[in-house]
Design a protein around this ligand. Structure first.
Ligand code: FPP
Length: 303
C-alpha cells in the first residue's frame, strides 16, 4: 500500500489545447467543475478484437496496450486526477493458458519500459494495486522501476490493477486490521483480549472495525472512490473489480472493444456521466423534498 500518497496534491495540467479536434468538440460540451476525479476502466474485448480480424489473441492484447497510453494521456490533458485500469486479475492468472499469461506479463514489462518517458512527458505517475508480490520477480522489478521513475510526477495517477481481485483485497484489508491489532497489543505488552476488554469489549470491536477501518486498509486507501466505471465490449459485469469502492459509482458500458477505445471515447463516457444524477442513497436534486409528498397521511395509514 502507498500510504505516503494519501494526501497528495494534484497539479492541474491545463493542457486541453493538446486534445485532438474530435476530443475538443466533446470536451467543450463538458462542465469542467463536474469532472470525475477518478475513472476506473474494465478493459475488455482484446480477444474479440483479434478474432474479428482473424488474428491471434496476443495481437489484441498488444493493440490494447496502445489504447492504455492514448486513454491515460487524454485523461491527463483534461485533468482527471485518478485513472485505474483492470489490467490483470487473479482469475486471469488462474484461468488463462500459461502462454497467454506469460505473454501478458511480457507485454506489461515492455509497456512500462517503453512508456515511462511518455509518462514523464505527461506528468503521469504510475501506481499499482493487487497481490503484486505474487507476480514473478522480474515483473515486480520493472513495475517498481516504472513507479520510481514517475514518482515525482504531480499530474494524473495511472493505477494498474495487477494480479488483482476485489474479494482478495477485502480479505487482505480484514487481515491487515487484525494484524495491526495484534501488533498494538504486543507493543503494549498485553493480550488482544485484554486490550479490547479494557476498551469496553463489544463497543471496542465496533469502534475499531467499521467501514472507515476497512476502507483505510484497502489497497486504494490513498485514493477517492471512482466516480465513474467504464466497461468496454458490452459485457454488463463488474468481474470482481473494486467491489467496495464502486458502491456509488456511475456505470458506463460501451460495445466498443478495448483496442478501439481512445481518449475520445473516454470523453464521451465523461459526458454521459455528467448527464446522470448521483444520489448516494438520497433523494437527489430533482426530487420534491416536501414531506407531504413522501410520507403517508393518517388516512392512508389506516386504510
Ligand atoms: C480483456 O481482454 C483484457 C485483459 C485480459 C487484460 C487487459 C490487458 C491489456 C489491455 C493489455 C495490456 C495492458 C497493459 C497495461 C500493458 P479479453 O482477452 O478478455 O478479451 P475477450 O473477452 O474479447 O476474449
Amino acid at each position: 500500500m502507498h500510504q505516503s500518497q494519501n494526501q497528495r496534491n494534484y497539479q492541474r495540467s491545463n493542457r486541453a489545447h493538446e486534445l485532438t479536434a474530435e476530443e475538443r468538440a466533446v470536451y467543450d460540451r463538458l462542465c469542467l467543475d463536474r469532472m470525475p476525479q477518478h475513472v476506473a476502466i474494465i478493459m475488455d474485448g482484446n480477444g474479440r478484437w483479434a478474432g474479428k480480424r482473424a488474428l491471434k489473441r496476443f495481437l489484441g492484447h498488444q493493440q490494447g496496450a496502445e489504447s492504455v497510453q492514448y486513454v491515460v494521456e487524454t485523461a491527463s490533458r483534461v485533468d482527471i486526477p485518478w485513472i485505474t485500469l483492470y489490467a490483470f486479475s487473479i482469475e486471469n492468472n488462474l484461468r488463462r493458458p500459461g502462454n497467454e499469461v506469460s505473454f501478458l506479463m511480457k507485454l506489461l514489462k515492455n509497456y512500462l519500459v517503453s512508456n515511462v518517458q511518455r509518462m514523464n512527458d505527461n506528468n503521469i505517475r504510475m501506481a499499482y494495486i493487487g497481490r503484486t508480490h505474487e507476480l514473478t520477480p522480474d515483473v515486480q522489478e520493472t513495475m517498481r522501476w516504472a513507479e520510481e521513475q514517475t514518482a515525482k510526477n504531480t499530474g494524473t495517477t495511472l493505477t494498474l490493477a495487477l494480479h488483482y481481485g476485489s474479494r482478495a483485497e477485502i480479505v487482505d484489508s480484514a487481515r491487515s486490521v487484525v494484524h495491526k491489532m495484534f501488533a498494538e497489543a504486543k507493543q503494549r505488552g498485553i493480550s488482544v483480549e485484554d486490550m479490547l476488554a479494557a476498551e469496553g469489549g463489544e463497543e471496542a470491536i465496533q469502534h475499531r472495525i467499521d467501514e472507515e477501518t476497512i476502507a483505510a486498509n484497502l489497497y486504494t486507501a490513498h485514493m477517492p472512490d471512482p466516480d465513474l466505471v467504464v466497461r468496454t465490449s458490452g459485457e454488463q459485469r463488474i468481474s470482481n473489480f473494486l467491489l467496495w469502492q464502486l458502491a456509488y459509482s456511475e456505470i458506463y458500458v460501451t460495445d466498443r472493444l478495448w483496442p478501439d477505445f481512445r481518449g475520445l471515447h473516454l470523453l464521451e463516457a465523461v459526458e454521459a456521466y455528467q448527464g446522470r444524477e448521483r444520489r448516494f442513497g438520497g433523494l437527489g436534486e430533482t426530487s420534491d423534498e416536501n414531506l407531504s409528498d413522501v410520507l403517508p397521511t393518517e388516512a392512508e395509514l389506516t386504510r
